[in-house]
Design a protein around this ligand. Structure first.
Ligand code: 13P
Ligand code: SF4
Length: 353
C-alpha cells in the first residue's frame, strides 16, 4: 500500500527575531517566575535551541532524548509539564500523566514521521497483517500508538526487536523506513516496514560525507539511524541522540562529524568542550534542503513562545495537549510496555544483546 508523502504542512522558516542579551535575560527571569507561579517544569529535547536547553537545565527541568523525556514527565511532581519539542513528545507526556496539564509553545510543531503515518491508512495496513506484532516508534500520534502492541524509541529499538525476534515474532515496524531497515539488518528479524522518513536525517549525503572524511581523515563519524543506509554504513557509531552524545564524550578522536540535528552540539560541547564538532553535509547532488540539519518543527520552540504559553489561561486549549480518553488508555498499554522493557534493561543490560 502506498501513502504519498505530503509536506505541504512544512513550516516556513521565519526569520527569528533576535533578542538583545538584556531582552533575553529579562525574558528568562520572567519565564523562571512563571514556572513557579504555574508549578511547571520544562522538558526539552536535545534538538531545541541551546537557550531553551540551558533554561530547562537552570530551572531544574530536563534536557534529554525522547525516552528520558517520557520518563521524566511521568515522575516529576510538577502539575504542569511544558514540553519543548514536537507534538508527539507532548502527547506522550499526556498519555503517561493525564492528571497533569501538558502545554507546548506551539501545537503546530509536527514531525514528518508522524505526518507520514496517518491512523486510518496505518490501521488498514495492520489489519492486512494480523499475524504480525505492531511496533511503532515514539514519533507517531497517540492514535497510531493506540493501534500498536509496542512503542519504542531509537535508544532501545534494536534491543526490543532482538527480544521480539527471540520469541519468534514477525513484526510490523512504523513509521521510519530508514530506522526499520537499520534494525532489520542488525537483528535479522522478519520486519515489514512502513515508508515514512525524517526530513532532517534523510537529507544527509553519502558522497559529500565521504569527501568531508577525506578532509578530516582522523574524524569519527556519528550517525542517527533515521539517516539513509549508505550514510549509516560510513558511521563509526550509530545511535539515538543520547547514545551519540555519550559516544562523542567517550571517543578518543578529537574531531567528530555528526549526522543528526545540529542543536545536539549544545550538550555535546558541554560534555567534551575541547573536541571539534562538525555537522555532516546535507548539500550536494540531489539536495532537497528541507532542513539543513535543523528540524524546522523543533525550531518553532523559542523563549518568547515559552513565556507566552506560560502566561495563557491554563484552560486555553490552543496550547494544551488534549487526547481522547479511549485513545489515551489504548496508547498507554504499549507505552507502558516500553517503559517496563527499558527499566528491565536498566536493571540488567545483558538480558538482551
Ligand atoms: P531520540 O529518540 O533519539 O531523542 O530521537 C527523536 C527524534 O525525533 C529523532 O529525530
Ligand atoms: Fe521528526 Fe525528524 Fe524532526 Fe525528529 S528531526 S522531530 S524525526 S522531523
Amino acid at each position: 500500500m502506498l501513502f504519498k508523502k505530503n509536506f505541504s504542512t512544512l513550516p516556513i522558516k521565519k526569520k527569528v527575531q533576535v533578542l538583545t542579551t538584556k531582552e533575553n535575560s529579562t525574558l528568562v527571569d520572567k519565564i523562571k517566575n512563571q514556572l513557579l507561579v504555574r508549578n511547571a517544569v520544562i522538558i526539552a529535547h536535545y534538538y531545541t535551541d541551546p537557550e531553551i536547553q540551558a533554561l530547562a537545565e537552570m530551572t531544574g527541568g530536563c534536557v534529554s532524548d525522547s525516552l528520558e523525556m517520557a520518563k521524566f514527565g511521568s515522575c516529576y511532581p510538577a502539575t504542569t509539564l511544558l514540553v519543548a519539542g514536537v507534538r508527539f513528545m507532548g502527547e506522550t507526556a499526556k498519555i503517561l500523566s493525564p492528571e497533569k496539564t501538558v502545554i507546548m509553545p506551539t501545537l503546530k510543531a509536527e514531525c514528518s514521521l508522524d505526518l507520514g503515518c496517518p491512523y486510518e491508512a496505518f490501521s488498514s495496513f495492520c489489519d492486512e497483517h494480523p499475524e504480525r506484532t505492531v511496533v511503532v516508534y515514539a514519533n507517531t500520534s497517540a492514535a497510531v500508538k493506540s493501534r500498536a502492541d509496542w512503542v519504542v524509541t531509537s535508544s532501545i529499538a534494536v534491543k526490543l526487536i532482538y527480544y521480539l525476534d527471540s520469541l519468534g515474532k514477525k513484526i510490523i515496524w512504523a513509521p521510519d523506513r530508514n530506522l526499520g531497515r537499520y534494525i532489520k539488518n542488525k537483528t535479522g528479524a522478519d520486519i515489514l516496514c512502513w515508508h515514512s522518513t525524517c526530513i532532517v536525517h534523510d537529507e544527509f549525503k553519502t558522497q559529500a560525507l565521504k569527501n568531508m572524511k577525506k578532509l578530516y581523515p582522523d574524524a569519527a563519524i556519528l550517525v542517527h539511524p533515521e539517516s539513509p543506509q549508505q550514510v549509516v554504513e560510513l558511521a563509526d557509531v550509530v545511535g539515538s541522540t543520547s547514545q551519540l552524545i555519550n559516544a562523542a564524550k567517550n571517543m578518543l578522536q578529537n574531531t567528530i562529524i555528526v549526522a543528526t540535528d545540529r542543536n545536539i552540539f549544545y550538550k555535546m560541547q558541554q560534555l567534551c568542550p575541547d573536541k571539534q564538532l562538525l555537522i555532516a553535509p546535507t548539500a550536494g547532488e540531489g539536495a532537497t534542503c528541507h532542513s539543513c540539519a535543523s528540524c524546522p518543527w523543533m525550531a518553532m520552540n523559542n523563549l518568547k513562545a515559552i513565556y507566552e504559553v506560560l502566561t495563557k489561561n491554563s484552560q486555553n486549549n490552543n496550547y494544551q495537549i488534549q487526547i481522547d480518553e479511549i485513545v489515551r488508555q489504548k496508547a498507554l498499554v504499549p507505552l507502558n510496555r516500553m517503559l517496563s522493557f527499558a527499566a528491565s534493561i536498566d536493571r540488567n543490560p545483558k538480558i538482551v544483546r
